[in-house]
Design a protein around this ligand. Structure first.
Ligand SMILES: [Zn+2]
Length: 165
């Protein structure tokens, strides 16, 4: 089990696990600003990841060096970029489309509404109410309480364990 460095949000551990398990190509998170680039770079290297950090302390991590800068560039571009961002971050297309329909401006309200829905049976795996604390199997908002691609992603997280590093 990977221990969390203090500058990394608990929720980012979900994203990190998915990325190290190659279930997603990259993840993006916000870090504390007192972490030095030397620390970041040492940590990323120890995980086999590349990183790119912007001046607002958003960081993208990926095992693919070309992806980190590209994703950060999309993130900084003006306009409604969440659909593109979601696609490059490896979220299921149905959920990316749903987020685009909800509209970037209303994304938080939509997320709050969705997270209150009941997930039945195995679909409990795609509940994201525990995400801020790092207790979730997916890190995106599922398009519905019975989204199959989200469930596949979540199930893969429960089955495979991290390769030793
Ligand atoms: Zn979906």
């Amino acid at each position: 089990m990977t221990t969390r460095p203090k500058w990394l949000k608990p929720s980012a551990m979900v994203d990190l696990r998915q990325t190290l398990m190659k279930l997603r190509p990259a993840f993006r998170t916000e870090i504390e600003d007192d972490v030095t680039n030397a620390e970041l770079s040492r940590w990323a290297r120890s995980k086999g990841l590349y990183y790119c950090r912007d001046r607002h302390n958003f960081v993208v991590f990926s095992p693919r060096p070309e992806l980190v800068r590209w994703i950060l560039t999309i993130d900084q571009s003006a306009g409604e970029h969440c659909a593109w961002l979601g696609m490059w971050l490896g979220y299921p297309p149905c959920c990316v489309r749903a987020a685009r329909r909800a509209g970037e401006a209303q994304l938080d309200a939509w997320a709050a509404r969705i997270s209150k829905r009941r997930h039945i049976g195995t679909f409990r795996h795609i509940g994201v109410s525990g995400y801020p604390a790092g207790n979730a199997l997916i890190s995106h908002i599922p398009c519905s309480p019975h989204c199959s691609p989200s469930l596949r992603l979540a199930t893969a997280m429960t089955k495979r364990s991290l390769p030793p590093r």
